[in-house]
Design a protein around this ligand. Structure first.
Ligand SMILES: O=C(O)CCC(=O)C(=O)O
Ligand SMILES: [Fe+2]
Length: 213
């Protein structure tokens, strides 16, 4: 059955590699509509370790201090990296912007997530569904990067698409949800399944239509 592609994607890379300024990313799997891609070689081991290292001490504080993170659907802890000078953060944000084809300033900033055994992020949509002030500058796409290997569990799953992505250090999953057809956007419903053995570290970049920072 031939699928007809009707909507434009911003993830318009030719072939199965993405050459950014400093790294060659592999497109391992790709679904066209909605555009969802599993990516390899996004981050080096050292970059993953550095992102974890600089986040570790902030995780609990962010959970208490930030209203964003206290919710039944997300039992993990998380933190937005503070906008301080860090070579790895700048390098990763720049690379992400080249992968997603959107300027760095449209990104909300790296959000680090840590899931312990039993913790999860129940199925949700990353875009805002209520009509509030975000309508002018909505989220349009997401890149979730895996910072470590999880012994068991912790997959990013898309219940409507029969797709489940195993967290592997340095890999990532990309998806976008700015389509005219709302049913395509709804297909990006996704969650982080509970960690069964080990722990999970991930870094999310949510991308806005317009400049955000
Ligand atoms: O942890 C995951 O696999 C998913 C994270 C996620 O959905 C998000 O940060 O919006
Ligand atoms: Fe999400």
């Amino acid at each position: 059955m031939a699928m007809q592609i009707t909507e434009a994607s911003i993830f318009n890379h030719e072939g199965n590699t993405i050459k950014t300024e400093d790294r060659e990313i592999h497109i391992i799997t790709k679904i066209e509509e909605p555009c969802i891609a599993v990516l390899g070689n996004v981050l080096s081991t050292e970059e993953c370790e550095e992102l974890i290292r600089i986040s570790k001490d902030n995780m609990n504080r962010s959970k208490i201090g930030s209203h964003r993170d206290i919710s039944d659907i997300r039992t993990s802890s998380g933190t937005f990296l503070p906008e301080i000078e860090n070579d790895v953060v700048s390098r990763v944000e720049k690379r992400v912007s080249q992968i997603v084809n959107v300027p760095v300033e449209h990104g909300e900033g790296l959000h680090i997530l840590n899931y312990k055994v039993g913790q999860e992020y129940k199925a949700h949509l990353d875009y805002f569904t209520s009509t509030n002030k975000t309508v002018n500058n909505p989220r349009i796409s997401t890149l979730v990067m895996y910072l470590n290997d999880v012994e068991e569990g912790g997959e990013t799953y898309f219940p409507h698409l029969n797709l489940s992505v195993e967290p592997k250090q340095g890999m990532a999953v990309y998806f976008e949800y700015f389509y005219q057809d709302p049913s395509l956007n709804e297909l990006t419903l996704h969650g982080g399944s509970p960690v069964i053995v080990g722990e999970k570290w991930a870094a999310t970049q949510w991308i806005r239509r317009q400049q955000y920072r």
